[in-house]
Design a protein around this ligand. Structure first.
Ligand code: G1P
Ligand code: ZN
Length: 568
């Protein structure tokens, strides 16, 4: 006799609406009876549709608190719903980029229909932290809006889910586990090593022997030392294998490589605030490059010697400009690049110089998927420490590090030299972002409504601060029409664009789990011949624009905050 399917009555939970990147809530919310089961049932119904019976999915996540329990639920609900196979990372562990790769690779010659990622990315973990569930499609990328909308619709009406309650799978051990499900059929769980396939992919994309020579000092006559901070997130095992075992880096230069369910109590977001220790250690000048990665391994921050900060908008542009250094692109036709709207336009200038297309998409990686599938873009990125290429359909922190190392190995210059030369060639798109995290949601909404109402009247108006005046050219709420499928995304952020191209952008975060987070993005262009200002610190260059931004939106009045929680 097989394992019984239990049809379990349930009722909808409010708020199971996927945001910028999946459903993210506090752990106790996910721990409510039936909460996770409901959402998984909705994912299988909406995400797989008529392909559900017999489908194969990849499952894994960043190892945060609740991952094991959620993996178990996914296995049992999938079995009862007639999926034929799950490919599960050992211990339910897979970085987001590794999971995207496993979907795209297929499994034993068969197409994989998608994946479920258990992560809340850069949000803190632990029993009181955040958990998240995200559905990715057959192309390996985050589900587009129409799919997440139908997942949400199902969660608002759900009255039952199917579960094979008695199915036990020890996914701590690599191996094949097979089951007979009563009235449904055969079900297989393949528990796989979490690291191997991703490391093989990186070996195919990059010239490992060349990077190894760089680190060993064979290219320049002196060792090139890296200092890498995995922040107790998902990159640890991948970084250790690639950097130490394959590329010969010193294991002591790898920090916080053991994934922890609560990220060691830290905030696994690789920015100047939460990866401060890395920045400080780089100030000793012993290392040539520093990098940090987020909880699920898709974000990266790149730093040069003495903590020289590479703004993510610049990092994207530098990689795009040096694309020929990366073996993977030498054999492919590169048609264009893309960036999210709030990202500064440095990559646009590179595309123009190379005669390539550039696309400006809404915030969130899901909008790059169609462009990559259609072969329109090879490289894309976001100011939020996201960089990646069409090798998968997620941003990829380890890929970004290796891209930099490959460029450094080819150019034999320092990180700072490469970035400064880039500015001298193209001019500099100076950028800063202010995050007001966890502010009162009502105040945040009022701020946005108040500001949006004034936008039409701003056009043509002068704004001044610190003796500098800017005239508004465009003021709108960003809207995007996908050039591939014609779908339209509205209300993607309030923009005030000045006549000299400087911009202020205001958005509410779509990845938080409680309260609201206001993001203020400010950027401005310094031409390459403005040598007196080209190398000045970003905060100095952007000071007048920041003052104007805080004033026009009445930040302090609406949020009761005198300062942001994070400045990038
Ligand atoms: C944030 C970033 C966005 C990124 C997303 C997922 O979303 O701003 O660029 O794609 O996290 O990593 P937000 O919280 O702003 O909605
Ligand atoms: Zn992430």
């Amino acid at each position: 006799m097989g394992i019984a399917v239990v049809e379990t009555p349930t009722k909808p939970f409010a708020g199971q609406k996927p945001g910028t990147s999946g459903l993210r809530k506090r752990v106790p919310e996910f721990q409510q009876l039936n909460y996770t089961e409901n959402f998984v049932q909705a994912i299988l119904d909406a995400g797989l549709g008529s392909k559900k019976k017999g489908a194969q999915l990849v499952v894994g996540g960043d190892g945060r608190f609740l991952s094991m329990e959620a993996t178990n639920v996914i296995i049992k609900v999938s079995a009862a719903n007639g999926l034929s196979r799950l490919i599960v990372g050992q211990n339910g562990f897979l970085s987001t980029p590794a999971l995207s790769n496993l979907i795209r690779k297929g499994h034993e010659g068969r197409v994989v229909d998608g994946g479920i990622i258990l992560t809340a990315s850069h949000n803190p973990g632990g029993p009181k932290g955040d958990f998240g569930i995200k559905f990715n499609c057959e192309n390996g990328g985050p589900a587009p809006d129409h799919v997440t909308d139908s997942i949400y619709q199902i969660t608002t009406k759900i009255d039952k889910y199917l579960i094979a309650k008695d199915l036990e799978c020890d996914f701590t051990q690599v191996g094949r586990y097979e089951y007979d499900i009563d009235g449904v059929g055969h079900f297989t769980v393949d528990v796989i090593d979490s690291v191997t396939a991703y490391v093989d992919l990186m070996k195919d994309i990059f010239d490992f022997p060349k990077i190894k020579s760089l680190l060993a000092g064979e290219l320049t006559g002196r060792k090139f030392r890296v200092l890498l901070d995995s922040m107790h997130g998902a990159t640890g095992p991948y970084i250790s294998t690639i950097l130490v075992d394959c590329l010969g880096a010193d294991a002591n230069d790898l920090l916080r490589t053991v994934p922890k369910p609560d990220f060691g109590g830290g905030h696994p977001d690789p920015n100047l605030t939460y990866a401060k220790t890395l920045v400080e250690r780089l100030h000793t000048g012993e290392h040539d490059l520093g990098a940090a990665f987020d909880g699920d391994g898709d974000r990266n921050m790149i730093l040069g010697k003495n903590g020289f900060f590479v703004c993510p908008s610049d990092s994207l542009a530098v990689i795009a400009d040096n694309i020929d250094c990366i073996p993977y692109f030498r054999t492919r036709k590169v048609n264009g690049f893309a960036r999210s709207m709030p990202t500064a336009g440095a990559v646009d200038l590179v595309a123009k110089a190379k005669g390539l297309q550039v696309y400006e998409t809404p915030t969130g990686w899901k909008y790059f998927g169609n462009l990559m599938d259609a072969g329109r873009i090879a490289i894309c990125g976001e100011e939020s420490f996201g960089t990646g290429s069409d090798h998968i359909r997620e941003k990829d922190g380890v890929w970004a590090l290796l891209a930099w190392l490959q460029i450094l190995a080819e150019r034999k210059e320092t990180v700072e030299e490469i970035v400064s030369k880039h500015w001298q060639k193209y001019g500099r798109n100076v950028f800063t972002r202010y995050d007001y995290e966890n502010v009162d949601a009502a105040g945040a909404n009022l701020l946005m409504t108040f500001l949006e109402a004034q936008l039409p009247a701003f056009v043509g108006r002068d704004f001044s601060a610190n003796g500098v005046t800017y005239k508004v050219a465009v003021a709108d709420n960003f809207q995007y029409t996908d050039p591939v499928d014609g779908s339209v995304a509205t209300k993607q952020g309030l923009r005030i664009v000045f006549e000299d191209g400087s911009r202020l952008v205001f958005r509410l975060s779509g990845t938080g789990s409680a309260g609201a987070t206001i993001r203020l993005y400010v950027d401005s262009y310094i031409p390459s011949n403005d040598s007196s200002r080209l190398l000045l610190p970003a905060h100095e260059l952007l000071k007048p624009l920041v003052l104007i931004a805080l004033d026009v939106c009445k930040m302090e009045q609406f949020t009761n905050r005198k300062a942001p929680t994070v400045i990038t």
